[in-house]
Design a protein around this ligand. Sequence first.
Ligand code: AMP
Length: 189
Amino acid sequence: MRLILLGPPGAGKGTQAKRLEDLYGLKQLSTGDMLRAEIASASDLGKKVESILAAGDLVSDDIMVEMIAHRITKPDCEKGFILDGFPRTVAQAEALDDMLTNHKLNLNAVIEMQVDEDELSKRVQKRAKEDGTRADDNVEILKKRMEVYHEQTAPIIPYYQSKSILKTVDGMQSIDNVASAIDIILKID
Ligand code: AMP
């Protein structure tokens, strides 16, 4: 099974992706985590993207597409994967389509997690307090990340809608209820 979890920062994509990974053996591919690992290891790529993440901007499509293209063919993705944080632009979505077609793979679902933005701001502030490791978890940068989401990422929603693959869940529910809604979409009992 191959899925995309879509939604603004703080929508709960990572939490739900982790659960799907633990329960069903699908690999969570979080591009944010991959980039943070590059930064932590002070690799050339890490040095290049550090200030971009800190500012809440998007890393270039070329870098991101290459990162995912390498990743989805690894053996741990054979049972399937959950894309968490990719694609974030229509160009990335189109590149993903090409990649999947080349590997004769399909997407089972794109699940949009819809949330209220005031609630998001609260969640991200809470996360910033509990886990001070993310330089981009503060109110100013969250504002920037929300703008970037609306301007650059939200246009992928109609893109997937037009392919009749988009599903929506109410991300304001409890974690368990969001999980159940996702399971229903995926027809997992
Ligand atoms: P996330 O953990 O998914 O919120 O990602 C953290 C940051 O990593 C984002 O604010 C971007 O700067 C960068 N990033 C992650 N995924 C992508 C992507 N697919 N395209 C561009 N930038 C990305």
